[in-house]
Ligand binder design. Structure first.
Ligand SMILES: [Zn+2]
Length: 350
């Protein structure tokens, strides 16, 4: 599984806007009132200083009033420069072209009650030997190839869903080679091979697709939001939001395989089940030496799983068996052959 537990993280981003504090500068009018200086001058009457008859009378002296008026002081207004936040521009979201191969019909939209959030690619010609199911985010084709007996038990093998868990490619390649050279017993078996449903992730050797979505959390059954871009199990923006998921949902919905296997690494096990499902899983485990055991300890969030979606999708009209095989961290040539043999055996036994 190669993924650590991931906490669900909020998408919210906080913007902090700076508030401008009002800044009023009040005028300060200072007025100094006039200070009248009315100083009455004492009037001195010299009457009896000398025994003369001369009398001197000084006229009264009146000082003019002194009034000082300061001009009003007005502070200039203080104006803060306007604060302009830069415009927030989201990067354009460009969806990959959904170009269908020329043999396919125009796109068909499923009723909203079934698959509410995406449009499937359209009818596929299941009589073709090779089909382009759709294109990845980066435009790589997702290809399915048909081998064996048309009309036989339909067995679908997906070599890669997590891009850095790609040892299943060697199993698919051996199945292809043996089907072509006639050394694979395919009487009564219509074998479909999808080498990779995550070619972008495989090219980059990352778990997710090119939009950082874990495709094995993106399928439209019991989908739930997990994490965000950068989290190992980021589930995308909605059920089947990714073109790779849409391509496989469309394909499997039409192919309706009896058995489907998704290869993963590197938990080295097959998860137990009951009924026909449990019997076929146990047989596969026995043939390859893988333990039957629950996966993968605590911490994982298992919504939007491809095999779980397929089991729900296909249970309506068959007893189909879609399941996961967790390969070890690497495969020897003998192990590759053992897995290819196991596929052919359970396909023949049903
Ligand atoms: Zn995996």
């Amino acid at each position: 599984m190669r993924r650590p537990p991931v906490p669900i993280r909020s998408l919210a981003a906080l913007l902090t806007a700076a508030a401008l504090a009002g800044c009023g500068a009040g005028g300060d009018d200072t007025a100094v009132p006039g200070t009248p200086t009315d100083r009455p001058i004492a009037t001195t009457t010299v009457a009896d200083l000398a025994p003369t008859s001369t009398t001197t009378t000084a006229p009264p002296t009146t000082a003019p009033p002194t009034t000082t008026t300061l001009p009003p002081t007005t502070l200039p207004p203080t104006t803060l420069p306007p604060t302009t936040l830069p415009p927030t521009t989201l990067p354009p979201t460009t969806l990959p072209p959904t170009t269908l191969p020329p043999t396919t019909l125009p796109p068909t939209t499923l009723p909203a009650t079934t698959l509410p959030q995406f449009t499937v690619a359209g009818d596929l010609d299941l009589g073709a030997q090779e089909l382009v199911l759709g294109l990845s985010v980066e435009g790589r084709p997702i290809v399915a190839e048909r081998h064996g007996t048309i009309g036989g038990r339909r067995v679908l093998i997906i070599g890669v869903i997590h891009g850095n868990e790609d040892d299943g490619v060697a199993i698919v390649q051996q199945l292809r080679n043996r089907a072509i050279d006639g050394t694979a017993p395919l009487d009564g078996v219509e074998l479909w091979l999808v080498e990779s449903m995550n070619p972008d992730g495989q090219a980059a050797q990352i778990r997710q697709n090119a939009r950082a979505v874990d495709l094995n959390r993106n399928f439209p059954h019991k989908w739930g939001p997990i994490g965000d871009v950068g989290d190992s199990q980021y589930a995308g923006t909605g059920p089947a939001s990714e073109p790779e998921t849409q391509a496989m949902v469309n394909f499997i919905g039409q192919l309706r395989p009896d058995i489907a296997i998704w290869y993963h690494q590197d938990a080295n096990l097959v998860i137990p089940s009951t009924g026909r499902d449990g019997r076929i899983r146990a047989r596969y485990a026995e043939l390859t030496g893988l333990p039957i055991a629950d996966c993968c300890g605590g911490g994982g969030i298992y919504t939007g799983i491809a095999a779980t979606w397929a089991r729900n999708e296909l249970k309506q009209d068959s007893d189909a068996v879609p399941f996961i095989v967790e390969l070890p961290g690497s495969l020897t040539a003998e192990q590759v052959t053992a897995h290819a043999d196991a596929v052919l055996t359970i396909a023949a036994e049903g």
